[in-house]
Design a binder for this molecule. Sequence first.
Ligand SMILES: Cc1cc2nc3c(=O)[nH]c(=O)nc-3n(C[C@H](O)[C@H](O)[C@H](O)COP(=O)(O)OP(=O)(O)OC[C@H]3O[C@@H](n4cnc5c(N)ncnc54)[C@H](O)[C@@H]3O)c2cc1C
Length: 410
Amino acid sequence: MPMNVRPVLALNERINHIRMTTARIVNNEILPFERLLAGRAEPGEGPTAAEARARVRAEVVEAGLWAPHLPPEYGGAGLTFLEHAYMNEILAYSGIAARLFGVVAPNSGNQQILLRYGTEAQKQRWLVPLTEGRLESGFSMTEPESAGSDPRAIRTTARRDGDFWVINGHKWFTSNGKRADFLIVMCRTEDPTGPAERNGKMTQMIVPTNTPGLKIVRGIEVWGQDSDHCEIRYDDVRVPVENQLGTVGSGHEAAQHRLGAGRVYHCMNSIGHMWRAFDLMVERATMREVHGGLLETKQFVQGFIADSYIDIQAARLMTIACAEKMDGGGDARTDISAIKVFVPACFERVVDRAIQVWGAAGVSGDLPLWAMAQGARTLRLADGPDEVHRILIAKNVLGQVHGGENWSFD
Ligand SMILES: Cc1cc2nc3c(=O)[nH]c(=O)nc-3n(C[C@H](O)[C@H](O)[C@H](O)COP(=O)(O)OP(=O)(O)OC[C@H]3O[C@@H](n4cnc5c(N)ncnc54)[C@H](O)[C@@H]3O)c2cc1C
């Protein structure tokens, strides 16, 4: 059955139009051809996966929704933050739709960094081809020898040598590493000849993957499968100073900016995935007969339906409240941390119930639930693990209380 999307009364006409158009493309052009589009169909007559993807992409461009997170002058659809957030919950009903709409991680986060911190020359050289699908990219921050949950612990250095930065370090879990044409690498800058304040500051560098000294050691197995999350060594990798992104020392702020909006988008994506898992679970409950009755007549299963409904609505409304606060220019740091903990936990529960109701089929390749279960679990540690966000929430609340004010839920 198709995803059932209706206009939301509280939303303006444009956001409703974007949601309905996205739903039309997902329902008509993506869901019936998901295996083909994912490259998992048996070879036979009819279009190839590449041809099918090109057809959907043309439809998305025609609808004015390609690269929703970018302005038109750099090849995007120019959606506002809220429009994009509301679009994501529809888009993510299919796990492969993001790529077909030109808004796939890690490229999308890198595009936003390039947009905000890049010079015009960097935008033309890296951002435009990335948006047009002529280049691929990765974001290289996490290191095996230091805690990824503490960005101050980064050890990779960029030492200034004349008109070059020379990068040395060891990273891992750089997603898209093998496909990437360039990486945005988080470094600790050292400039013995420059002003003292340049030393020890975090700065991001654009590093083409064919630069001598950059070695992809391996794609790390994730959940027992080969992956494109790569371990990478940087040994005396020289990049011209023009490849520095933003000012020296802006790296941490740039990463926070990338992650802040990104967390809302990720949560809206998780809601789209949950919506699909929920529909699949309810569908199975209305069809499968066990022990003399349909699953839907069993109270355990009715409980699953109710609990998943509650999880999804709570996660959705919390994320929308956070997005609206950000959009209105409010301080949403506590809300962002709260959704980053709460939504993946709901996602895990909702998918787990759907798998349970489907029995063996739930963990099979015939359904998307296995991938959702792994994705939901991974979200609890990527982009800041649960514990770090809980600590931040408590710190903000206690900071305000010690400053003389109780917390205000607004
Ligand atoms: C599939 C996948 C894709 C990824 N893609 C990328 C990518 O493209 N680029 C990139 O740079 N990174 C990427 N990462 C890495 C990810 O961002 C890090 O794994 C994450 O930031 C956590 O860092 P860490 O693994 O070093 O864990 P650590 O920092 O070592 O933390 C380990 C655990 O310690 C606990 N912990 C941490 N701090 C505290 C605390 N203060 N109090 C109590 N407990 C604490 C948490 O339970 C945490 O999970 C990816 C990871 C995965 C799994």
